[in-house]
Structure formats: structure tokens, C-alpha cells
Design a protein around this ligand. Structure first.
Ligand code: ZN
Length: 180
């Protein structure tokens, strides 16, 4: 892969280009903002490189990256989930799953300490549909970022130095790294 910096630079250019294009196409500023949010999230937080436990986006999660350990173990680096749309969807669902798990744990914990907290979503139906459209914007942005990541990974080979560093980090030779 072209490295975190390469991906960030490329995605930043894509962010500016996409924003200009949407503005020209008459998208609302809110829509543009949410698409951009999707691009930023998929570049820094939910990058396709989450399949590598030592990647920069993974490090950004700090201690929380333990939640991504199963993902990085199950998904082979640069395998099928490195592809846009498929990978994007799986990673976002994985995140939703994590959030749902946290909510469940908190509910359980609140009940144990005798706290009654209602988690209800009684918003207007129109409100929900309206917000879903923004979720779609974020998703579009994420898919754009992931697509660019994929293309860049395909055309730019990882520099040897970076490979060596990563192997050193893992403290073990990983044959899969040579196949990149
Ligand atoms: Zn990659």
C-alpha cells in the first residue's frame, strides 16, 4: 500500500474535488458536509487498512483498537474486504455491531445499579427518513474514499522500508506481506 500519508493526501484531494463537484451539481451544503464527513471517517478511522492491526488508522483507535482485533485477525490484509462497497459495508456494520454491544452492556450495567434509562427512538417517521438520507451521504463519502484507497493500493507498491518496519513491529516474518 502507498502508506497512510499517501492515502491521506489522495483522499484530501478527492474531498476537495468531490465537494466542488457536488457544489456545482447544486447539492445542499449539509449534504456536502456529510459526504465529506464520510470521506474523512473512511480515511482516518474506518480505513480499509483496519485489516492490519499495526496500521496508522488502527493505532488511532488507541486502547479501543482491541475491539478491532477480531476483525484484523479474521480479515486477511488486502483481501476481499479491501474492495470498496463490500468492505465499506462490512466495516460500518461491524462498527454498528460494536456500538450495539456497548449499548447493551450499559443497559445491563445500569439495571444492575438500579438506574432506569430509557433508550427509545420515538422520533417522527419523517425525521428518521430525513436523517437516514444524511447517513446515506456519509456512506457515499466513505465509499468514495475506499474506492480511491483500493485504486491506489493497486497501482502503487509499498516501499520496501515500510514493509521492513511493519515486520519489525509484528516481530515475526509474515509471508502474506510479500504478496502485496
Ligand atoms: Zn490498503
Amino acid at each position: 500500500m502507498p502508506g497512510f500519508t499517501g492515502h491521506t493526501v489522495a483522499n484530501s484531494v478527492a474531498l476537495v474535488g468531490t465537494s466542488a463537484f457536488m457544489y456545482w451539481q447544486g447539492w445542499s451544503l449539509q449534504d456536502i458536509f456529510f459526504v465529506d464527513t464520510g470521506i474523512v471517517i473512511s480515511t482516518l478511522i474506518l480505513s480499509p487498512d483496519m485489516d492490519l492491526f499495526t496500521s496508522k488508522p488502527m493505532n488511532g483507535w488507541g486502547i479501543l483498537r482491541v475491539f478491532w482485533w477480531p476483525y484484523s485477525k479474521l480479515v486477511k490484509h488486502r483481501d476481499r474486504l479491501h474492495t470498496p462497497i463490500v468492505g465499506t459495508t462490512v466495516r460500518w456494520l461491524y462498527t454498528l455491531g460494536l456500538l450495539a454491544l456497548l449499548v447493551l452492556l450499559f443497559r445491563f450495567w445500569f439495571r444492575r445499579i438500579g438506574l432506569q434509562v430509557e433508550f427509545s427512538f420515538d422520533g417522527d417517521r419523517e425525521d428518521i427518513i430525513f436523517n437516514l438520507l444524511y447517513v446515506l451521504d456519509v456512506y457515499i463519502g466513505a465509499a468514495i474514499a475506499d474506492a480511491l484507497h483500493f485504486v491506489l493500493d493497486m497501482f502503487v507498491r509499498e516501499p520496501r522500508r515500510a514493509r521492513g518496519n511493519r515486520r519489525a513491529l509484528r516481530r515475526e516474518p509474515d509471508p502474506s506481506l510479500f504478496g502485496e
